[in-house]
Design a protein around this ligand. Structure first.
Ligand code: PLP
Length: 298
């Protein structure tokens, strides 16, 4: 993280921050992901759960959609009835209790409205006691739709106003705000537009600005712009990168981090996961948090 005027801090790649692992037998902090499954195991709930486990967090899941997916694309999806999605959230919060939540693929207006209703009911979201990371998933990296086009209004006016932090990629920024981000000025305008929709904090992720040598994410809370920069990694294996960043933010928030500190941690976590990505199938392989199993020095 750096304030507007400060110079970016140079970070050694081995100097990564880690969240504390719980002692064996001790109940870890809990994060709930409300999202879609990926049968190929690269993105969605599978990416969320992997990052949560390797951040020492117990992952709870409310499945909103089941995708038929492999490394070359998404060939279909099945939506879970909106009431069942909400019931999963209610069931988990009422018994297990959660320290943060995250939304990913929600597919339809009806699911978004049902999720928003239950989040308000149980205190998830910027006005509640449980922070909420909203990853407004609209399409896969191959361009396959994961959200009905008519649901964009619900994303804008029902989901984003609940967000402690919203984490769109540049395609999602364009769909939600109409702003095409090409440089710092348009990134700032987009962050302002996302904040104006009601998110407490908005991130505009620069990872898809491929002309740039670094990947800079911009975070805005209505007053401060903060920048987070990591070296760009030239890998075709970046499936699930957005989910991983949003899940890592949720894990850090669950550990009591402020939003800027959570984003700082998650940016570095995702950089490490990109560096550890691997080939899988004939298409795009996944980013991988498995490095934490072998890289004891972090
Ligand atoms: N499938 C599911 C279920 C997702 O939630 C997402 C992204 O959030 C994707 C696929 C797309 O991931 P990517 O853009 O990394 O391919």
């Amino acid at each position: 993280m750096r304030p507007d005027s400060a110079r970016p801090r140079r970070r050694r790649v081995w100097d990564v921050k880690l969240l504390p692992l719980p002692p064996q037998g001790q109940t870890p902090v809990r994060v709930l992901t409300i999202a879609g499954t990926d049968s190929g195991g690269g993105a969605g709930i599978q990416a969320d759960s992997r990052t949560m486990a390797l951040c020492g967090v117990h992952a709870c899941v409310a499945v909103a959609a089941v995708t038929v997916q492999n490394s070359v694309g998404v060939s279909g999806f099945h939506e879970i009835p909106p009431q069942i999605v909400a019931d999963q959230v209610r069931s988990v919060v009422g018994d297990i209790g959660i320290d943060a939540a995250k939304t990913g693929m929600l597919a339809s207006t009806a699911i978004i409205e049902s999720v928003a209703r239950v989040c308000r009911e149980v205190g998830i979201g910027r006005d509640g006691t449980i922070p909420l990371v909203v990853d407004p998933v609209a399409a896969s990296m191959h361009g396959d739709p994961l959200l009905h086009a008519e649901a964009l209004d619900a994303v804008r006016h029902t989901l984003i106003p609940l967000a402690t932090v919203v984490t769109p990629n540049l395609d999602e920024v364009r769909l939600i705000t109409g702003i095409t981000v090409t440089d710092d000025g348009s990134a700032r305008r987009a962050a302002e537009a996302l904040h104006a929709l009601g998110a407490q904090w908005a991130i505009v992720k620069g990872g898809h600005l491929r002309a740039s040598e670094v990947s800079t994410d911009l975070l805005f809370d209505g007053e401060r712009f903060l920048e987070f920069t990591a070296p760009r990694i030239g890998t075709g294996n970046d499936h699930g990168g957005g989910d991983t960043l949003a899940a890592a933010i949720a894990c850090a928030l669950a550990n009591g981090y402020s939003v800027p500190d959570a984003v700082d941690f998650a940016k570095e976590w995702t950089y490490r996961c990109l560096a550890a990505s691997y080939d899988l199938g004939a298409g795009h392989g996944p980013v991988s948090p498995l490095w934490r199993l072998t890289d004891r020095d972090g």
